[in-house]
Design a protein around this ligand. Structure first.
Ligand code: UTP
Length: 286
């Protein structure tokens, strides 16, 4: 079945970015000049997604205004087609709608909040603080896998074994190149207990049955409904594959991860490469 809708949870507190996230949503923090949120909406649009459902929270109204057209700004920029194109681009990528998660009760709860907007069809969940660079993008790669196997797909990335205790990892058996059939999911396992070093990255293609599972999922220790608990329940009735995507992932959920992404993006871009190189050289000499 065609994957037409994407859910982008963006209602978290962003505590690792405090104090800036007191008033600026983490998802709008930029890599160079573009918010992380826009990178993932572009990734969805490239994969043929028609409707993007963003889960926001009270106080994060700036996320909705980012995607609204701004006639005043447009008229001020009427002499600069290039700038006009930049400000209009975000709203032209896909149909964007919003649902509100009243309280940050976890990623699973955020996805459940989008239930009505998604309806009875498979969809993709994209976390805007996992930024992956590749053409085609990860969502496009996963849509292809999902359609080939007619199943759900979770993006994974092999991590050094000594770091697995920081991630959610899959218990899976090989099912082909870059592909594994998932048997279970384990949150932050000790190295000696970890079933694999394949850590889950923020992209999931899920059948609508996930909503019933999330509805039945009990909140964990911090009162949050975890998506991984919902996935475990889903595995009892549906097939899920772990897919080792092609591309470089940046962790935009921490200040150092975002700094790294910013530097690497600046080194990759023609208009910023030389200045960034000379900046790095001058810092290295200090
Ligand atoms: P994180 O696990 O990074 O949490 O969420 P967070 O609140 O954003 O950041 P920290 O850990 O406090 O620094 C991953 C994604 O899921 C969304 C976040 O907005 C982020 O895009 N999320 C998380 C929700 O939409 N609702 C929640 O209740 C939790």
């Amino acid at each position: 079945m065609e994957i037409r809708k994407a859910v982008i949870p963006a209602a978290g507190l962003g505590t690792r970015f405090l104090p800036v996230t007191k008033s600026v949503p983490k998802e709008l923090l930029p890599i160079l000049d573009k918010p992380m949120l826009q990178y993932v909406v572009e990734e969805a649009a490239e994969a043929g997604i028609e409707q993007v459902i963003i889960v926001t929270s009270p106080g994060k109204e700036s996320i909705a205004s980012y995607f609204q057209s701004q006639p005043d700004l447009d008229s001020r920029l009427s002499d600069s087609p290039e700038l006009l194109d930049k400000v209009r681009h975000a709203s032209n990528l896909a149909r964007v709608s919003f649902v509100i998660q009243e309280q940050p009760l976890g990623l699973g709860h955020a996805v459940l909040t989008a239930r009505e907007a998604v309806g009875d069809e498979p969809f993709v969940v994209i976390l805007p603080d996992d930024i992956v660079v590749h053409t085609p993008g990860v969502v496009a790669q996963m849509v292809e896998v999902s359609q080939r196997y007619n199943a759900g797909v979770v993006a994974v990335e092999p991590m050094p074994w000594e770091t697995v205790q920081n991630y959610g990892v899959v218990d899976a058996v090989s099912a082909g190149e870059r592909l594994h059939k998932i048997r279970g999911v384990v949150e932050k396992p000790k190295r000696e207990d970890a079933p694999s070093n394949l850590s889950i990255v923020g992209r999931y293609i899920l059948p609508p049955e996930i909503f019933q599972c999330l509805e039945r999922t009990k909140p964990g220790a911090k009162g949050e409904i975890q998506l991984t608990d919902g996935l475990l329940m889903l595995l009892e009735q549906a097939e899920l594959f772990a897919y080792e995507f092609l591309g470089t992932r940046y962790d935009g959920g921490t200040p150092m991860g975002l700094l790294r992404a910013s530097l690497e993006f600046a080194l990759a871009r023609d208009d910023t490469r030389e200045a960034t190189r000379s900046l790095l050289r001058s810092l290295d000499n200090q």
